[in-house]
Design a protein around this ligand. Structure first.
Ligand SMILES: Cc1ncc(COP(=O)(O)O)c(C=O)c1O
Length: 482
């Protein structure tokens, strides 16, 4: 299938410039009014009318304003946490103690979208970094929901939008954890070839304009999934021009966009402003004119992953459907985690938050250099890689082999060294790919010295002997965070 698509795609390549979508025609695209009715995008599950009446829903709510005895909530007399004080790492060691009201609030059920102060902090972050207007601006209302990480956000969005057999546009290589939530649903992936700036616009346009030919009997895609900065796994960063091209094509073909952007703050080489702060690239959310973009942020990659906290930013028209799925799955993200983050972020304020981001970038720049040194010292001539200017990963081609999966399975793992496998990021599991993913954010130099030496020795040995160890045909499924 992949061969067929690339062959047809190649044939179509020549017609692209002249016929359909040259750069001029792309920029001639006239934006339409923002989408008003999303019903054609919704899954059957999400379109099924909620059986609950408003009166019933009101009986489940806990409120200080009414005498409410309908909800299945525990007595506050059972709450175990009597005192909580946070002592934060970095930038002074200010201690923050929770009040009795806060202790009660976080030990009880609370609203699905999250604690109001934390949400407001995140909203102001989106306004600062993505140029969003005030969330209540008439006609441009938007909102935000706290989630237990972006992985869970993805799961909720798949439930909102996808039925078995629906199609989704993805990058040629993409986040393996996304397959964990989409594959069980039976989604048809349409991978788009990438270059050093990300998904290639003419490829995207060709796939969409020749859909029936390339994917006979498959549903036309309703959504495009994209990782714009420090793409997982390739490390690619989309510039603004590329984003605008992709965005316009999405508008032309009426696609929604999930912008999954865990590495937004990990842009490492952008110029700095007069205050020494790195100027970050615009997101898809910030160029969205037709209310197509749903953006996922997470604290996992620049603060802490274990607290499991991220947020979804969406126009208000989609808010209710997403809140419904969040409510149905977890009710809400953990109150304890939310308050911990709220206290940290409010005590930092914008200035210290930005300082933290700068520090993270500096550490990553150092780790990236150390990793390059290791590649040059141990693996010169054995690998090819591009230096990523965002994110956490090097996407590395192992020279002289055609399948990194077989190499790792048959040799490398027996030496207790492991890297991300190219195939884990491919929607097409039948391919062979020589790529591995190396996470430089996690790599300590001393460990790297050992691991890269082993990789080098094993690679030489494997190529020389074309060594093949007998193995059981193991079946791999995506079942964890990548
Ligand atoms: C592109 C992408 N999306 C989502 C996630 C999951 O992040 P979280 O820890 O917020 O669930 C990851 C983690 O690796 C990721 O790379």
């Amino acid at each position: 299938m992949a061969d067929k698509i690339s062959q047809i795609s190649q044939e179509l390549k020549n017609t692209y410039i002249s016929e359909d979508m040259n750069e001029k025609s792309l920029y001639d695209y006239k934006y339409k009014e923002p989408i008003k009715d999303y019903s054609k995008y919704f899954s059957l599950r999400n379109s099924t009318p909620c059986q609950l009446t408003e009166v019933e829903i009101s009986t489940f709510l806990v409120s200080n304003e009414i005498y409410s005895f309908g909800a299945g909530v525990p007595s506050k007399l059972f709450f175990p946490f009597k005192e909580l004080e946070f002592n934060f790492n970095f930038m002074g060691s200010e201690k923050v103690k929770l009040s009795n009201e806060e202790l009660e609030l976080i030990q009880q059920y609370s609203d699905s979208p999250g604690l109001p102060k934390l949400r407001n902090w995140c909203k102001s972050l989106q306004m600062r970094y993505h140029g969003l207007c005030d969330p209540k601006t008439p006609g441009k209302e938007w909102d935000l929901l706290m989630t237990p990480g972006s992985q869970h956000a993805l799961d909720s969005l798949v439930k909102v939008f996808f039925n078995r057999g629906d199609s989704m546009i993805v990058e040629r290589y993409t986040y393996g954890g996304m397959f964990a939530v989409t594959q069980p649903v039976g989604i048809n992936f349409a991978p788009i070839e990438m270059d050093e700036k990300g998904m290639i616009p003419w490829e995207l346009n060709n796939v969409l304009s020749n859909w029936e030919k390339l994917y006979p009997n498959k549903q036309f895609p309703k959504l495009l999934y994209i990782i714009p900065h420090g793409q997982n796994p390739t490390g690619v960063m989309y510039d603004v021009k590329r984003k605008e091209e992709i965005y316009r094509i999405a508008c032309k073909y009426d696609l929604l966009i999930i912008e999954d952007d865990p590495h937004f703050f990990l842009q490492l080489d952008n110029p700095k402003d007069s205050n020494g702060k790195r100027i970050l690239h615009k997101s898809f959310l910030s160029i969205d004119r037709e209310d197509r973009v749903i953006r996922l942020d997470t604290f996992s990659k620049f603060l802490t992953s274990g607290v499991r906290m991220g947020f979804i930013t969406t126009n208000s028209k989609l808010f209710g459907s997403i809140a419904f799925e969040l409510n149905a799955s977890v009710f809400h993200a953990s109150g304890l985690t939310q308050i911990a983050l709220e206290k940290l972020l409010l005590s930092w304020g914008d200035e210290k938050f930005d300082k933290h981001v700068e520090n993270v970038q500096e550490v990553l720049i150092r780790k990236r250099s150390e990793t390059i040194e290791l590649f040059e010292k141990h693996l010169k001539g054995q690998v090819e890689y591009k230096v990523p200017n965002a994110g956490l990963y090097f996407w590395v081609k192992l020279l002289g082999i055609d399948c990194s999966y077989e190499f790792v399975r048959d040799v490398l793992r027996h030496h207790k060294v492991i890297f991300g496998l190219g195939i884990s990021s491919s929607p097409d599991r039948s391919i062979k790919t020589p790529y591995i993913r190396v996470t430089f954010s996690y790599l300590e130099k001393e460990d790297g010295e050992i691991a890269f030496k082993i990789l080098s020795d094993c690679l030489k040995d494997y190529i020389k002997n074309k060594k093949k160890i007998e193995h059981d045909e193991d079946v791999t499924f995506y079942n964890g965070v990548e």
